[in-house]
Ligand binder design. Sequence first.
Ligand SMILES: *Cc1c(COP(=O)(O)O)cnc(C)c1O
Length: 392
Amino acid sequence: MTDAVMPTYARIPLAFERGEGAYLYATDGRRYLDFAAGIAVNALGHAHPHVVEALTSQARKLWHVSNLYEIPEARRLAERLCAHSFADSVFFCNSGTEAVEGVIKLARKYHHHNGHPERTRIITFSGAFHGRSWTALSAANNPKHLEGFGPVSGGFDQVAFGNLNELRAAIGGETAAILVEPIQGEGGIRAGSADFLRGLRAVCDEFGLLLLFDEIQCGMGRTGKLFAHEWAGIVPDAMAVAKGLGGGFPLGAFMASEAAAAGMTAGTHGSTYGGNPLGTTVGNAVLDVLLEDGFLEAVVRKAARLRQKLEDLTVRFPAILEEVRGQGLMLGLKCAVPNIELASRLRDAGLLVVPAAENVVRILPPLVVEDAQIDEAVGLIERTCARWAEAA
Ligand SMILES: *Cc1c(COP(=O)(O)O)cnc(C)c1O
């Protein structure tokens, strides 16, 4: 019989009925330590009491009114995001892909608004992932995702991630912007160095380009700063966020400086659901926790603990684990064995992780993870590696 859900995913035959913090409970009653966090979405883990309370009390009042009217919850979330970033305004949508689409449109509109309608091309990087819409796939130019879908949409030029010389050579009179993930997620937890990100800022300033960051995976506290680019001490002109922003509620946004958003006037962009009262109430509740005194500092401290222990494992099991990559609680284990097989063995041991490109296994615990849970996860990885090494 045909699967009633279109079979576009290679699903693991496992379903969950309940989650609590960093734990997930499967329908067969088995408990898993969730270091996948819905692919960096469940920033506050599962069923966080503050977020549950915000969602349920808003659900009894008002869900959706459309953007024909003022939405105070959205305004408040936008003001708070701006107060804690480079941005002066925010557009809300429902997913990461839409947020990426937004920054691309914003960049083109910016140049049009400033008398350069010919500047429409966007430079992107190898290994990128920006979502699954037609434009986002064309931007990332990953042959695996484009196969069978015909010619890519024009307007993108791709260069090697981390290579500023190649980047400069790709700039022409039609270049509008540079779009980049400060830390590539799907691409295999490849972090752009601080020098590379500063270089991008300098190039954009020199050529009058907009710097567009895709912080859909690395933003919202994941690296121990609210936004990953803060570590490099530079700011973009516009940025796409999603994933952790709603903590599991589908919520995306793009944020921009006043100058970059100058062309985004009434009627230029829209969304039916984007920024609705229910979604933005949840977003505000997530932000309440992320902005609590000491929360991000705790992420940095816990991340250092996790990283050190993972580094130790790479030394003890070099035939299985090659290196630790990434920043904060966005870590990658580059594997010497097939990453899918390691992920599967870890799952059997009770630990959920996410495979990525370059034979990497992503370690993405919820930001509320506790030291004891980090130790438990590392213990499970250690035992799995030890058994594997013994058998080999
Ligand atoms: C997940 C992701 C996207 C796409 O987000 P969706 O919500 O799946 O549309 C885009 N860019 C990056 C960096 C991501 O990690």
